[in-house]
Design a protein around this ligand. Structure first.
Ligand SMILES: [Zn+2]
Ligand SMILES: [Zn+2]
Length: 630
């Protein structure tokens, strides 16, 4: 038995604990004693205080009531108005997951209903919100976990052993270093490798969708990266430039944990599966398959914001809100038991949006900040309010002349933000009511937003929890699920707004719509996100009126652009002013700022401005550079 468990058992009453296991950094104790399970006389709480670890007491699986009987009993205990939809039993862990429309009702006053379920069934209930929009894709992610409950239990225990074995060993730390394997002086293929004498942690493993060949991927062939030594992967958010290559690690034998927020897990799996599908339809061989995405889901350890967790013996991780998209996180790493505190911003929005709260700036300690700089150049000053108004005017005018508005969007973030703005205007009668089409995956991603309202800003949270006001459930939103429906909607007369991926016009439905709408001068194309130099989106945005691209069968095709072209790029990133403010407000003040995730000139510009204005040491490394952090 690992040392930490031996030490914990010493402070608990003798003979009460029959088994102990890790669930990643959490410690789970099992008891065969019914009375001790129902009332442990605060002995567990005092162990938690003493060891400063999460410790949970569960009944031994042998105590659990027969499943059918338990199901009947639980349905009897929970009031009808809670809207219980389904119960999923996880026997190896003595847990039952209760999906309900109103989780608050299930929990009851001070958790009294939960206590009753425990005492009558000896199952530990976990209450989850039933998303008001159903999505087959979300359900299949969940079933991967339930169908592999035994494997999952073993995997979480193994992860815990990596963290706690040698718990009492005193370690001396001389160094911490960070290798930049991608997204240094560029946007795309984010990937950083953190090394200490004890740990190897990969932060992000993304792709650059605008590039072809090896430039698409981070430098996983660099000498310091060895997949067999990797302890953990941390992902800030689900955009493919941060998460797109993670399943590839599983293809090459990685079986360790992937840490991220719960919504990030769901959305990145969706985006990856979508990418595989698009590559197949374009006749390309995908670099991984749905099997590796399934492996990734199975090995993901979800975290809430501000939940502190050990991920290796000397690294402690906390995720904070980054304000960039649903579930996006600023990554805080406490390395070497307080030796050094590192904040990696991921993609950052330091302002309140229609969907999210601004990024967190308050940390227990910070010495080094690694920040993004997508819009970090001096010229990158945006006025979000004006941008929203401008977008509404374009939609309004296009509708008035009976045209269609095509908005290529990243699957998540801006799309849902636009939905909220447009729904409000139509509801208030300030815009002609017309259908808003969500192509394919966007529907599922919107469903995920309704499944995790606690990650959204307070207004939207309230609206979703009181379902009658849930803006995402408005009947203006229509799902487009097939090629046939896509064709039909293009032929249909009358105005509409079409939200479709990919946002960078790199394949997918947005390109299909563009080919069919481009020549009609009454239509409008509205860019909503960053267009990398050299891409088709970049060229159209720059005003080119004839675009040649590789069509079906690889033959070149030419497209005349007669539709109006507009850009309204807010895309969930901070502008120059917000990035400067973020560093200024970071509390405590960092001693060093490392700038990445921006075009070279913007990285350098932001680094030099932060240095001049705040007298903080800054650096903008190149790809493959290694920085010794301590
Ligand atoms: Zn992003
Ligand atoms: Zn990014």
């Amino acid at each position: 038995m690992p040392d930490i468990l031996k030490e914990i058992l010493k402070v608990l009453p003798e003979g009460k604990i029959s088994d102990a296991a890790f669930e990643a950094a959490n410690i789970v104790l099992y008891t065969k004693d019914q009375n001790y399970f129902l009332d442990n006389q605060n002995t567990i709480r005092s162990a938690v205080q003493q060891f400063k670890k999460r410790i949970e007491l569960r009944p031994d699986p042998s105590l659990c009531l027969d499943r059918e009987k338990a199901e009947k009993e639980i349905k009897k205990i929970i009031p009808e108005e809670a809207g219980v939809q389904e119960l999923i039993f996880d026997p190896p862990r003595s847990q039952v997951i209760v999906h309900a429309d109103k989780p608050g009702v299930v929990i009851g006053k001070q958790g009294e209903i939960l206590r009753e379920i425990k005492s009558k069934t000896f199952w530990v209930p976990l209450i989850k919100r039933m998303p008001p929009i159903r999505s087959k894709l979300i359900e299949s992610i969940r079933s991967v976990l339930y169908e592999n409950a035994d494997y999952r239990k073993k995997f979480l225990d193994k992860t815990g052993h990596r963290i706690y074995d040698g718990w009492l060993r005193v370690k001396k730390h001389e160094w911490i270093r960070m290798s930049f394997l991608g997204a240094a002086r560029q946007v795309g293929r984010s990937c950083l490798l953190l090394q200490t004498p004890e740990s190897r942690i990969l932060i992000e493993c993304g792709i650059d969708p605008s590039e072809e060949g090896t430039e698409t991927y981070p430098y996983l062939d660099s000498p310091e990266f060895n997949i067999s030594e990797l302890d953990a992967v941390v992902v800030s958010h689900s955009h493919l430039d941060h998460s797109g290559l993670i399943p590839y690690l599983f293809k090459f034998g990685y079986r360790g944990p992937v840490y991220c927020t719960w919504p990030t897990r769901d959305i990145m799996a969706l985006l990856q599966l979508d990418m595989v599908k698009i590559q197949r339809t374009e006749g390309k061989e995908p670099i991984y398959t749905s099997e590796e995405v399934r492996q990734m889901v199975l090995h993901t350890v979800g975290l809430e914001y501000e939940e502190v967790t050990d991920i290796t013996p000397d690294v402690r991780l906390t995720l904070y809100n980054a304000g960039h998209m649903l579930g996006s996180a600023v990554v805080h790493l406490n390395i070497g038991n307080g030796l050094h505190n590192l904040v990696y911003t991921g993609d950052l929005k330091y302002a309140r949006t229609n969907l999210l709260e601004p990024a967190n700036t308050q940390f227990p300690r910070v010495e080094t900040v690694i920040t993004e700089s997508t819009y970090g150049g001096k010229e990158n000053v945006q006025a979000d309010m004006e941008a929203d108004e401008y977008m509404c005017k374009v939609i309004y005018d296009t509708f008035a002349r009976g045209g269609k508005v095509l908005m290529p969007v990243l699957g998540s973030g801006r799309a849902q933000e636009v939905m909220i703005i447009i729904e409000r205007l139509m509801r208030e009668g300030k815009m002609l009511k017309a259908p808003v089409y969500l192509d394919g995956m966007l529907w599922d991603i919107t469903a995920i937003h309704t499944a995790y309202p606690e990650y959204l800003n307070r207004n939207i949270q309230q609206q979703i929890i009181h379902t009658e006001d849930n803006p995402f459930l408005s009947d203006i939103f229509k799902r487009v699920g097939s090629q046939k429906e896509r064709k039909q909607l293009i032929l249909e007369e009358g105005p509409c707004l079409i939200l479709a991926t990919s946002g960078m016009l790199m394949g997918g439905p947005s390109v299909e719509y563009l080919k069919n709408l481009a020549e009609g001068s009454k239509h409008s194309l509205v860019f909503s996100c960053y267009q990398p130099p050299g891409s088709m989106g970049h060229r159209i945005r720059a005003g080119e009126k004839e675009i040649t691209f590789r069509g079906e069968n690889g033959r070149p095709e030419t497209l005349k652009i007669n539709m109006e072209v507009h850009k309204v790029e807010i895309s969930g990133h901070s502008d120059r002013r917000e990035l400067m403010n973020y560093i200024k407000r970071c509390n405590p003040q960092p001693r060093k700022v490392i700038v990445m995730h921006g075009e070279a000139s913007r990285c350098l510009d932001l680094a030099s401005s932060i240095h001049k204005q705040f007298r903080i040491e800054t650096v903008a490394p190149k790809n493959l550079e290694v920085i010794r952090i301590k």
